[in-house]
Design a protein around this ligand. Structure first.
Ligand SMILES: [Zn+2]
Length: 488
């Protein structure tokens, strides 16, 4: 009797949930924008801190900090000595010059100076003039931006001690293979840079808390966001320099719980990235025991025939998964073009390897329109996906905008919910999750059965939520989701 009642209740709830599913295609653009900003998006797994700041904020900081503008390159420079440099304050006082500078720091002006979207995007990083002393300001900007979109978890990519680690890589050199180079880097004292990484992280977070006024009545919403960091290494230059950054990342993850994993960045189609791709995969495998000892997320398949030769489209995702042991793939747009695409997708589905999908970035950089994006195929193959911004400051976008563009890639409301839940379930947060079936979300952890979405966890569930970072963030998200759906 009880079972029948529970079954009938479940059927009723499913029916009411189906009735309540919002008709997104019937909404006007304005209704949709309001809906998606309020929709709890769980978190963001693919977000470069160095590309997340709006140009207007960078310009304001340049003026405050007395920086200069390279009037030929249209770039912010930390130093004012050299030709063609003018104080930022004087330069941006002229409205036309200020506007051209914003064009230069973003992708808002298509074909700016005749560049492709790809080239404008990737060259913009070197023009943004971001100094270490403003990293905390950039962090505050990113966290406030997410919180204002009802999103409270972020895994941000950055590279502390970039020059020190690369310098050590250059001095040590390549010793013939990854294992020998690893030993030589340790011998040279690479791991001794960890306290500096910790100090950089402390200083950045302290500055962000000041900017956001955390702990005071006027605190901004970003104070509510839980943040973790991915140590990003640059896949350009000699492999020993990339390796030094990755190896420092492994040590940082072991020493400091705020650091949760590795990433490899810079254009995947650039000459060094292509030339050393296999070497980089072997380095990651060596340093992480194929992803077992340190969580690994890798940009792979951020490629299309528009930007690389066919040879380079055959196996990047395949090798990131099978050689390096990546648990998450950034972009993956090129996966359907790979030789073993179907087998690799099946493997990703079986192992729970997620693709971080960046619709606005892919349109701007790879020139992949939403209707040509493989998102629906990922879903058909049951590969977990989660939506993210990549570099919202350069792309002049936000996470809600990526959710909106996903609808044009065939996403349904159920897909958006799954993307948001995946952003925490497939995060590198520590602890047991709230769900036994990530990417499906029908079976809560047994301790929390019947409680998910409630205000406060009870009994064993309260214990789980109190002791697991992942379960705590999932609990908060499920509550937000329940309230969002109930309020409609
Ligand atoms: Zn990226």
């Amino acid at each position: 009797m009880k079972r029948i009642l529970v079954g009938a209740l479940a059927a009723l709830m499913t029916a009411s949930a189906a009735l309540a599913a919002p008709n997104l295609s019937g909404m006007t653009a304005g209704e949709l924008a309001i809906f998606l900003r309020a929709f709890p998006k769980g978190g963001e797994l693919h977000n470069h801190l160095g590309g997340g700041t709006p140009a207007e904020a960078l310009i304001a900081w340049a003026v405050e900090d007395g920086l200069c503008i390279d009037t030929e390159a249209l770039a912010i420079r930390l130093s004012c000595s050299g030709d063609a440099l003018r104080p930022a304050a004087a330069f941006v006082a002229d409205e036309a010059q200020r506007s051209a500078l914003i064009d230069s720091l973003t992708v808002r002006h298509p074909r700016f100076r005749g560049r492709s979207g790809h080239d404008q995007f990737f060259t913009a990083f070197s023009r943004r003039g971001q100094s270490a002393r403003r990293t905390g300001d950039a962090l505050a900007e990113s966290l406030d931006g997410l919180a204002r979109q009802n999103t409270f978890y972020a895994e941000l990519m950055l590279t502390p001690q970039a020059a020190s680690s690369r310098g050590m890589g250059a001095r040590v050199g390549w010793r013939g293979d990854a294992a020998k180079t690893k030993a030589a880097l340790s011998e040279a004292g690479l791991e001794a840079l960890v306290p500096a990484v910790r100090a950089d992280t402390d200083a950045m977070e302290a500055r962000a808390r000041v900017v956001m006024k955390c702990g005071r009545p006027e605190a901004t919403p970003g104070c509510q966001v839980t943040v973790r960091y991915l140590f990003q290494a640059i896949r350009q230059g000699p492999p020993e320099q990339t390796m030094a950054q990755l190896q420092l990342g492994v040590a940082a993850v072991a020493a400091d719980k705020r650091w949760v994993g590795l990433q490899l960045v810079a254009p995947e189609d650039s000459p060094d990235a292509v030339k050393y791709y296999d070497t980089h995969m072997r380095i990651v495998a060596e340093l992480t025991d194929t992803g077992r000892t340190t969580p690994v997320a890798l940009h792979a398949g951020e490629l299309s025939l528009a930007i690389v030769a066919p040879d380079d489209l055959r196996d990047h995702v395949t090798k990131a998964v099978r050689v390096a042991g990546a648990r998450r793939i950034g972009h993956g747009v090129g996966l359907p073009a790979e030789t073993e695409a179907v087998a690799v997708a099946a493997e990703m589905a079986a192992k729970g390897i997620l693709i971080e999908v960046n619709p606005i970035s892919n349109r701007a950089i790879l020139e992949v329109e939403p209707e040509d994006h493989p998102f629906s195929w990922f879903r058909e193959m049951r590969v977990p996906v989660s939506l993210s911004t990549d570099d919202s400051g350069i792309l002049r976008s936000d996470l809600s905008g990526d959710y909106a563009l996903a609808l044009k890639m065939g996403a349904t409301y159920a897909d958006l919910k799954t993307s948001a839940r995946n952003a925490i379930a497939f995060s590198f947060l520590s602890g047991e999750g709230l769900w036994q079936d990530p990417n499906v979300y029908r079976k809560p952890a047994s301790a929390c059965r019947g409680q998910v979405g409630a205000a406060d966890p009870k009994g064993a569930c309260a214990e789980l939520v109190a002791t697991s970072d992942k379960a705590r963030e999932q609990w908060r998200h499920e509550r937000l989701l329940r309230m969002f759906e109930a309020g409609r």
